[in-house]
Design a protein around this ligand. Structure first.
Ligand code: UDP
Length: 411
């Protein structure tokens, strides 16, 4: 089992001591995280690492999930897309069903936390318990991982009724915040440098993974790791690969999987298979949720990493690629520009043609690629590692008990 002390080699002893000290002030307080899926996607990725570390520094951190049937998750996926600005038809009946499932979860989930930490829109309605059960002492925090800057007004207003009942809200970037009556805190997500997904790997492991998937280690590898989701634009990635391949030899890896709260994944996966049209140099890997070493190895084996998202909350895969000192070419959307300074720590693009041009440039200039990757690694090291995130969360939890700490608010 990893310990918080193991991070000292990366971030220094002082940082670790400070986190331990801050954690001790929470004195066993129960922080109950609630989201909608244990695996798949960035929220589950972060919680799976954050919860054990919080426990280690003295917070009684818990992690629960809400339940819902197929229809509920179809609706929450539409809500998710429409918050990202995608046109979706969400009917009154859909909103009604969302509320009914919320009521069922209110009956099932034991809200035992001193702090109830709700992640994203799916469980947002659990705030109803605050008034209903007269929870005066408990603090409720809503953590939004979505870019709300172009959110559909009707959908957002539906959620706003719930959001404003929380004590605090947390956003990943100042650009995503909204006019709200409650305090808004800025906390960026993070990656865990010691997790299976990000730790150093021996060459044998990387080679074993490549040979298992029959990927040629001697040729250029372009990779995008993402759930099979239209907002990640996997079809656009295939277009990029085809444009690049006219000039430079390359293989394409699209590594993905499904999240249990994402009903569209199979459909998108099938579209990707069809578009690839049997091209032997396109590797479409539908990976089970436990494939952390595989994803790590694929990222480390890549010549260039893409994240061609149309919309993105933060895009952990960008930090994951940069941490591995890889040149990352990603869309200038959502939280991605927080991670990449254009032409310094990666490349930002807005079009398929632009992305293809940058991929070509990077493949043809290994020195430039190396410099981008190194700068990206340092940027992630200073801004997007789990130790920074852990410290921010502890300060937030402390603040809920000490309103005089208002000045530590970042927004
Ligand atoms: N991921 C994974 N398996 C997959 C696809 C993605 O483990 O098949 C991981 C990926 O490495 C990253 C997270 O899921 O850690 C995705 O987070 P991100 O913020 O990039 O996107 P989200 O899925 O939350 O929209």
């Amino acid at each position: 089992m990893r310990s918080i002390k193991d991070y000292a080699d990366i971030v220094g002893n002082e940082t670790i001591e400070e986190i331990e000290k801050l954690g001790s002030y929470l004195n066993g307080k129960i922080v109950q995280n609630i989201n909608s899926t244990p695996v798949g996607g960035g929220v589950a990725e972060i919680l799976s690492r954050m919860v054990p570390l919080l426990k280690e520094v003295g917070v009684d951190a818990r992690w629960d999930f809400i339940k819902g049937g197929e229809r509920f998750f179809e609706i929450t996926k539409k809500i998710h897309n429409s918050l990202h600005g995608v046109e979706e038809n969400i009917s009154e009946n859909d909103f009604k069903h969302f509320l009914e499932v919320t009521e069922e979860n209110l009956k099932d989930i034991n809200l035992i936390g001193d702090i109830i930490f709700i992640h994203d829109p799916q469980p947002i309605g659990l705030i109803k318990a605050k008034d209903k059960n007269g929870f005066k002492e408990k603090k409720f925090i809503w953590r939004c991982h979505i870019d709300l800057s172009s959110a559909n007004v009707k959908t957002f207003n539906f959620l706003k009724k719930f959001i404003e009942k929380y004590d605090y809200s947390v956003f990943s970037s100042p650009l995503f915040s909204k006019k709200l009556k409650i305090p808004q805190i800025l906390i960026s997500p993070s990656i865990d440098p010691l997790s299976d997904k990000n730790k150093d790997l021996p060459d044998e492991t990387i080679n074993e993974v490549l040979s298992r998937f029959k990927i040629d280690p001697e040729r250029n590898i372009i990779t995008q790791v993402s759930r099979f989701d239209r907002l990640k634009d996997p079809l656009g990635v295939i277009d990029v690969y085809r444009l690049v391949k006219k000039h430079v030899d390359c293989q394409l890896v699209l590594a993905g999987g499904a999240a249990s709260d994402d009903p569209e994944a199979t459909e998108v996966y099938n579209e990707v298979i069809e578009k690839a049209g049997g091209d032997k140099d396109i590797f479409i890997l539908n990976l089970p949720p436990i494939s952390n070493i595989e994803i790590n190895a694929l990222q480390r084996a890549s010549t260039v990493i893409l994240q061609k998202s149309i919309k993105e909350g933060f895009g952990l895969t960008v930090s994951e690629g940069l941490w591995k000192s890889k040149p990352v070419i990603a869309s200038a959307v959502g939280g991605i520009p927080l991670q990449i300074t254009h032409k310094y720590s990666g490349l930002l693009s807005r079009t398929t043609e632009g992305t293809a041009l940058y991929v070509k440039q990077v493949l043809q200039n290994p020195e430039y690629a190396k410099q981008l990757g190194e700068n990206g690694h340092n940027h992630v090291k200073h801004n997007f590692l789990i130790t920074r995130h852990l410290r921010d969360y502890i300060l937030l939890f402390l603040k809920t008990g000490y309103p005089q700490m208002q000045d530590t608010v970042y927004l």
